[in-house]
Design a protein around this ligand. Structure first.
Ligand code: HXC
Length: 521
């Protein structure tokens, strides 16, 4: 029998409780999770945070549900480990769901713990990382569980644009539980052990008759490359955590702070290589990654959504030690055209950067929006408008480089002066025009071409195309009017970008006061 008056016994009691949580329960959790190729909730926190930095909160919290015999099983922690620690010495709040306790499902106590640590993150202004591995709403706790999902959605929304919110999916994430990660800024999945869907295969079959397997419905491949719900798919959990740590290194702690500043580094490759990167033939592609690598510190960048809409690249990088958000067309995929997915991907990235004081570097080589029946029916008008909205709304420093094509709507949307870019640079290879020369010549001279017999028609079209190209497929019309500020030799681009970003550090621009805008959704 415990002697409540003895301090030594009280200390012993605390130790025993702590042992139960961190050793006995943890041993049980390890056995079960490792058998499935997964880490435990606590091991995941260790992977994420700096060694010995974790401070746990609510270690002894327990549920108070009495239905379904729940009063006989009241484990400490209630299926979620919460607290704060540091990543590279900077504070981060974290919650990590423990699938070995009630399937990591969320009830009242679990929900209160998660909300509490998120409120702490908002109060102190630090990022929050949610590690999800859960069967969703705790069935035994009924409406109480649902209430906390809704509360979580409310808090995620209020925290959006205030602190960076990152979600890691390291097991199941189903039903309404997927909507919290969806509201957060970045979602990471793990190959082989994670899935996300609103309704599982059984429900899909009951309603639609289709019988998808779990991976097809909501595995990392689907969410990473088809639906775009996952911003990064990691081959294993360790890689997922190192990706998140790297991402945090690019971000400020909150919307009132600037991103951390690192030692400036030169790109690894020689700048002169940029002078030869754009091929002579406009039909020949080149790799935009080669351009990015040559412009940013150490040639290093962290791409988000690398498997989704690869025709648009979104990545964090550094120039002179400071974070930039790179938005670039990729001529190697669909010639860098903007389709619905590319627009939505880049729009969300631009809005994130704007919310968190990350300057934007846009690299344009774009033939325009994708002409297609499927795209029109899919809503490319409304969904393509998001990118215009995002660029126009962004008040962070915006620097744009037109590398090659900037045609039509593509010119306007990819960080043009008219949407508020601060410094617009064009390479001598830039072609800023309503459309490509062959198409323009065919439309402008339709009658004349129709009246000309073959084979003279082809020769005439070629001549008219060349005339148009010489007059219009250049950066100089735009330069004459100040729509580009400078035409620059490619090998001098990094130098000019760095100077632009330096001078723009004191940029102050505010938009008219309003409750909020109404981005087309
Ligand atoms: C309570 C749960 C649970 C839940 C799992 N468990 N999900 N307990 N509430 N939602 C428990 C199981 O009873 C089991 O307990 C343990 O967790 C492990 O579950 P298993 O089924 O054995 O694991 P596995 O085979 O890996 O399957 C995992 C699973 C499956 C796919 C997640 O458990 C499942 O389908 N669960 C229900 C998912 C669901 O429909 N949730 C509600 C979604 S709706 P024991 O004691 O046997 O170890 C929702 C609404 C949100 O979330 C509303 C937002 C507005």
């Amino acid at each position: 029998m415990l002697d409540r008056t003895s301090t030594a016994d009280r200390l012993g009691d605390l130790n025993a409780r702590h042992e139960e949580v961190t050793r006995v329960a943890e041993k049980r959790a390890r056995d079960r999770q490792h058998a499935k190729g997964k880490l435990t909730a606590r091991e995941r926190i260790e992977e994420l945070l700096d060694a010995d930095s974790f401070v746990e909160l609510d270690e002894f919290a327990r549920h108070r549900c009495t239905d379904f015999g729940m009063d006989r099983h009241r484990p400490y922690g209630d299926g979620v480990v919460t607290g704060h620690g540091t990543v590279d010495g900077r504070p981060v709040c974290v919650f990590s769901q423990d699938f070995t306790v009630f399937g990591g499902s969320m009830g009242e106590t679990f929900g209160r713990k998660v909300l509490k640590v998120m409120e702490l993150a908002m109060d102190i202004g630090c990022p929050v990382v949610g590690i999800n591995d859960s069967g969703g709403a705790r069935i035994q706790e009924g409406v109480e569980s649902l209430a906390y999902y809704a509360e979580l959605g409310r808090l995620n929304t209020h925290a959006s644009g205030v602190i960076p919110q990152l979600s890691m999916i390291t097991g199941p994430c189903a039903g309404g539980a997927v909507y919290s990660p969806a509201i957060t800024d970045f979602t990471v999945m793990v190959e082989g052990t994670s899935h996300m869907f609103v309704t599982g295969p059984d429900v899909v079959q009951a309603v639609s008759g289709e019988r998808p397997d779990v991976a097809e419905l909501g595995g990392p491949a689907t969410n990473g490359s088809v639906s775009g719900n996952a911003h990064y798919v990691a081959p294993d959990e360790q890689d997922a955590f190192s990706w998140v740590r790297a991402l945090l290194g690019y971000l400020p702690a909150n919307n009132l702070e600037q991103p951390p500043i690192y030692e400036p580094e030169e790109p690894l490759a020689r700048q002169e290589e940029l002078d030869e990167i754009v091929p002579d033939s406009e039909n020949q592609g080149y790799d935009m990654y080669d351009v990015i690598e040559r412009l940013v510190d150490g040639g290093e960048f962290l791409e988000v959504h690398d498997r989704f809409a690869p025709n648009m690249i979104c990545a964090f990088a550094r120039i002179e030690g400071r974070t930039v958000g790179v938005v670039a067309n990729q001529p190697q995929h669909l010639a860098g055209v903007i389709d619905i997915d590319a627009s939505e991907k880049a729009a969300r990235f631009v809005r994130f950067c704007d919310a968190f004081n990350v300057p934007l570097l846009t690299l344009a080589d774009v033939p325009g929006y994708l002409p297609s029946v499927a795209q029109e029916r899919g809503g490319i008008i409304r969904r393509g408008a998001k990118l215009i909205y995002a660029y126009a709304e962004a008040t962070v420093p915006k620097v744009t480089v037109v590398v090659r094509k900037a045609y039509g709507g593509g010119y306007a949307v990819m960080g043009s002066k008219h949407l508020g870019a601060d410094v617009n640079i064009a390479w001598p290879t830039a072609e800023i025009a309503v459309m490509g020369a062959p198409g323009a010549a065919a439309i402008l001279h339709r009658k004349r071409l129709a009246e000309t017999d073959e084979p003279q028609r082809a020769a005439l079209h070629a001549r008219l195309t060349a005339e148009y190209a010489e007059a219009f497929a250049t950066p100089y019309r735009a330069a004459e009017r100040g729509h580009v500020d400078m035409v620059v030799q490619p090998s001098r681009t990094r130098h000019q970008i760095a100077r632009a970003l330096r001078v723009l550090r004191t940029k102050r621009r505010t938009l008219p006061a309003k409750k909020h805008g109404n981005i087309p959704l």
